[in-house]
Write a protein that binds this ligand. Sequence first.
Ligand code: NOJ
Length: 562
Amino acid sequence: MNNQTAWWKKSVVYQIYPKSFYDSDGDGFGDLNGIREKLSYLEKLGVDVIWLNPIYESPQVDNGYDISNYKKIEPQLGTMEDFDMLLKEAHEKGIRIILDLVVNHTSDKHPWFTEAKKGKENPYHDYYIWKDTIPNNWGSSFGGPAWEYVEETAQYYLHLFAKEQPDLNWENPKVRKEVQEILRFWLEKGIDGFRMDVITLISKDPAYPDGPVIQNKAYGSYYAGCASGPRVHEYLQEMNREVLSKYDIMTVGEAPHTSADEAAPYTASDRHELNMVFHFDHMHLDYDENGKYAKNRVKLTDLKEVMTKWQDTMHECDGWNSLYWSNHDQARAVSRFGNESEPYRVKSAKMLGTILHMMQGTPYIYEGEELGMTNAHFESIDEYKDVEALDIFRDFTERKGFSEKDTLELLGLKSRDNARTPMQWDNTVNAGFTEGTPWIGVNKNCKEINVEQCLADQDSIFYYYQKLIQLRHEMPIITDGVYELLDKENESVYAYLRKGEKETLLVVGNFTDKTINYHIEEKVQAKKSRLLISNYNAAETFERDLSLEPYGACVYLLEAEK
Ligand code: NOJ
């Protein structure tokens, strides 16, 4: 398909964490029928695509990223009939659905693995990665070594994530065929694409080299031996040739530890691999010597540098960007990049939306972002459910010597559970998410921040996002315009252009809680200007000097001078 006209370039994706979205049967877990009930809400917001986090049968060690059957729906979430209905009803509303493809690893309860560990002669043994002795210092993402001993085989298997998530051996052509078969199964049902979990890690360096010990961790990093490994492009091209290219779908690969230059071959249209990737460069900007769990705030000049690098590189290679501030693995966008405190929460959430949605790429809205949902800041470790949070708590308090209070503060800033608390629908009990006991606590601010409140307020973040989405649908320049950063060194204001042939967009956002008189560079010339959207009372036409309110954002359409 010609990338110029691909539907996914004009689309806005809404990410749903099914377990936390809406519970239709009162068991405390969100489910597929719950999503069906809320399709009209998503239609009203105007999104084009829904990405569902894993919905397959899973022991839920890592909330569905440990799959025991790729062709069955997790019973907590519903049945295959429920899924079929969801897909049909979404399509009837013009909303596409993409699924999470998790094939770097399976669950240890997947029949492939239960067979594989029976013995070296078992036909499934070679579906996984085994070593007679531990070959390197790699640590798993959720604590402990990345190698686990199995008595039956007297061997160690590799797991980059929890030990219940053994890594598949992609060197084995049978594994690749199985994956193709899974892809076909879902594509034949009519789904519209895949988000591919840690897909850049599927090819391992056969030397299994030691990794550097970084971020004061107990073990070495596996990235050196896994990120964009030697055969990853071959595998993806094969997958594309055999399956993906036969369907009109979108694909987005999760690409940890992948720079913009490394991402180019994954997404460049002439390579026939993926349409776009999720990178983490902007997520790493507030790390410190202990990695993600840090109190740092992102420096705006660093953020501009990273976003600009990706805008430029993807444009030059004819690839495509995924645009996101948050997802199920990250803190809430407004808490991390904006200001979650009143009176700035709503303004800064809208400002962040403006800056992201006017860039080139496909924007992803994580559930609740359109309400300005904030971090949960749980006060006790007992409230946390995530395998990563529990490991960090143990590691920081027992090995690194942090106090429990400090560790809880760090979890409050960065834990994945911040993004996983239930969607806040109204101000009734459990935020209207469930009539039962929610599997994870509801954010305490749900009485003030919820869908009902947002829908009743014409000035809410919801309606602002609705307008951002509408603008993308109506204005080709938002899809095609060439990005140009202005005023690179400015520590407070993010300003950029999107240049088309006849017109230009000027996008400006104030990242501070101060009013700023902002002078637009002289080189930005316009005959006429028109305000397209703003989160404050910005002037209707563009003047050289803009008075930006705290967290103020505005977008002007500039007509070129002739
Ligand atoms: C990335 C997913 O987004 C995350 O939630 C999961 O824990 C790991 N991959 C392992 O599948």
